[in-house]
Every structure is written in structure tokens, then in C-alpha cells.
Design a binder for this molecule. Structure first.
Ligand code: NI
Length: 168
């Protein structure tokens, strides 16, 4: 069991596009375990491998109240989407920032699980938001990039000040 360190915005490594997982082997399963530990410890409801500086298409999510329904998505693709919703989002890579983002209301996602089996999942509400947010990370996109330039630059300088204080 080990916790990984989470990249903080505006770290340029967060803008790396992740590569597909070619084979779901023990090293990927170990990554999933470590990412889940990291997400639960944070605590957060989702984490993409990009955020721990591993540029593979792996996501862990748990939106359950009891924090006991881990969802692992490897090489996820959205195969259908419907409607729109606006939800206030946060991100472990952008601590303390919560902003409204518009997303699809419902998504159908296809992915591999930790045994390498393909499955499909229909998601709505918070789970749908979380899947879309984490999939953006795999494309190198952080949720604040949906905001106005002014808001983005304010968030950027706030984060930089915070990181300077922490490293001082
Ligand atoms: Ni995030």
C-alpha cells in the first residue's frame, strides 16, 4: 500500500496526454491500488493517473457515501452522451477551488476493469460529472480551463502563492 504524490496545478505535467494501457497486468493493478489509496486518503472522489504523473489511461472513482464502491476505468471511452448539467467541481490538483462547470448529464462509458475485461456503464449526476472530469485529465485538461481567462489567471497565481508558502 502506498500513497502517491499528486501534481498541483499549474504543473505543466498535468497537460500531458495519457497513452492507452496495452495490457492490464500486475503493474497496472498495483497502480490502481496505489491510486485508490491516494484518492481515499486525500480524500477525493476521483483520481486520474495523470495527476500522479503516470501518463496512462487509468482512472479510479468512488462517489459512494460509504466509500466502498471503487470504480476502475482503464482506457475509458464515452460512447454516448445526453443532456447538460452544471455542477460545482473541485480537483485534488487544484485544492480549495470550486467552480461551476457544464457537462453532459448522462454518459455511457466503455472501459476495461482491473481484470482486463471490457464493461459498459451508464452514469448520471455526480458520477457522470466525475467520469468526464477524470477523462479530461487523461487528455491533459484541468477543469479550471473551462473558466474565463481572468478566473484562470487568478487561480493560477493563488496556487503559485500557496505552493511558495508550502516550500518556504
Ligand atoms: Ni481533477
Amino acid at each position: 500500500m502506498s500513497r502517491l504524490s499528486i501534481l498541483k496545478y499549474p504543473d505543466p505535467r498535468l497537460h500531458t496526454k495519457a497513452s492507452p494501457v496495452l495490457s492490464v497486468d500486475d503493474s497496472i493493478r498495483q497502480l490502481v491500488t496505489d491510486m485508490a489509496d491516494t484518492m481515499y486518503a486525500a480524500p477525493g472522489i476521483g483520481l486520474a493517473a495523470t495527476q500522479v504523473d503516470v501518463h496512462k489511461r487509468v482512472i479510479v472513482i468512488d462517489v459512494s457515501e460509504d466509500r466502498n464502491r471503487l470504480l476502475t476505468l482503464i482506457n475509458p471511452e464515452i460512447i454516448a452522451r445526453e443532456g447538460t448539467q452544471i455542477c460545482e467541481e473541485g480537483c485534488l490538483s487544484v485544492p480549495g477551488i470550486y467552480e461551476d462547470v457544464e457537462r453532459s448529464e448522462r454518459v455511457m462509458v466503455r472501459a476495461l476493469d482491473r481484470t482486463g475485461q471490457t464493461f459498459e456503464l451508464e452514469a448520471e449526476e455526480l458520477l457522470a460529472v466525475c467520469i468526464q472530469h477524470e477523462m479530461d485529465h487523461l487528455e491533459g485538461k484541468v477543469f479550471v480551463e473551462y473558466l474565463s481567462r481572468l478566473k484562470q489567471s487568478r487561480i493560477k497565481s493563488k496556487m503559485q502563492k500557496l505552493q511558495m508558502r508550502q516550500s518556504a
